[in-house]
Design a protein around this ligand. Structure first.
Ligand code: 6GU
Length: 291
């Protein structure tokens, strides 16, 4: 059972999670989702969650104190004061979190280089705290796969102008596995849509979530060989003058596989050359190199 908590000033947004595949997954006991209203952790009459940016500028920034009361509650942590000589430099603060990690009882495994989303290496079912942020590293299928192994995800939806940088910094210093992700190069009004996107990408990978597990294996962006998928056709073989490629009708599985893989490589090269650049050469075979 994956436990999912979402904090937002619009928790009703997540009512849709009771519908469709996600609703079924909840009924089956695969996931348990709870959406919380951040304003429940305010004490003032206006239930205010943001304030003007220090240093000036447009918009509002979410205050650290309200978030901390909420997150301390949901994570079962007591408030503390971070002991650090340098609270201004992000990289330095990250190092502190990695070295000290007092509450670290393990995190889900990660395998690549060093970035702000690198977790401590040891693995256990402690919560992963995730903040959508348009100025963070891109959320990819790799992240979805990794997070699908977590036992508890806690999402904190901020507004688009952002949240006080000390919120993720503080929880990293407490040894919490904190991630910040963008879902693409465009700006949304708040984190709610981004959280829905990440949640869907993560939970559909849970065993038993999808009817057909094969439909996950052969998709774009999965596996070591992240290519865009080949095009798909169904019957009839000719429709309004347009034909299905002959090879697909040949019944020769070897030729069909080769045709589809050639097309996947060609389409990826044309539409997403950045993905070709990131391919693992060892995952290519001799026949691929010719195309
Ligand atoms: Cl994660 N949040 C917001 N507000 N906008 C985004 C985003 C996230 N990713 C892309 N745009």
């Amino acid at each position: 059972m994956m436990k999912i908590d979402i904090v937002s000033v619009f928790p009703e947004y997540f009512d849709v999670l009771n519908l469709s595949l996600f609703g079924k997954a909840q009924a089956k006991g695969l996931v348990e989702v709870r959406a919380h209203n951040l304003r429940d952790w305010t004490h003032d009459v206006h239930h205010s969650v943001d304030d003007t940016p220090v240093g000036g500028g447009a918009g509002m920034v979410m205050k650290p104190a309200v978030w901390a009361e909420c997150l301390d509650d949901l994570l079962g942590l007591a408030p503390t004061v971070v002991d650090t000589t340098d609270t201004t430099d992000m990289a330095a603060a990250d190092d502190t979190a990695d070295d000290a990690a007092p509450a670290a009882s393990g995190a889900i495994a990660d395998d690549d280089g060093t970035d702000i989303n690198d977790a401590p290496a040891d693995s256990a079912d402690r919560p992963v705290l995730i903040f959508p942020n348009p100025s963070a590293p891109l959320f990819t299928q790799h992240d979805a796969t990794e997070l699908s192994h977590a036992g508890h995800l806690l999402f904190g939806c901020g507004r688009y102008e952002g949240y006080d940088a000390r919120i993720p910094q503080y929880y990293r210093a407490q040894g919490v596995d904190v991630r910040e992700y963008s879902i693409g190069d465009y700006v949304l009004n708040g984190g709610e849509v981004a959280v829905s996107v990440m949640l869907e990408a993560i939970t559909r990978l849970l065993p038993g979530f999808m009817g057909n597990a094969d439909s996950i294996v052969e998709e774009s962006y999965t596996g070591e060989n992240a290519l865009l998928e080949h095009r798909q056709y169904t019957k009839p073989a000719e429709w309004r003058g347009l034909k299905v490629p002959d090879i697909l009708l040949s019944g020769d599985h070897g030729k069909v596989d080769r045709f589809r893989r050639d097309e996947a490589i060609a389409r990826t090269n044309e539409i997403r050359p950045d993905l070709i650049g990131r391919l693992d050469c060892k995952a290519l075979d001799k026949a691929d190199r010719k195309t």
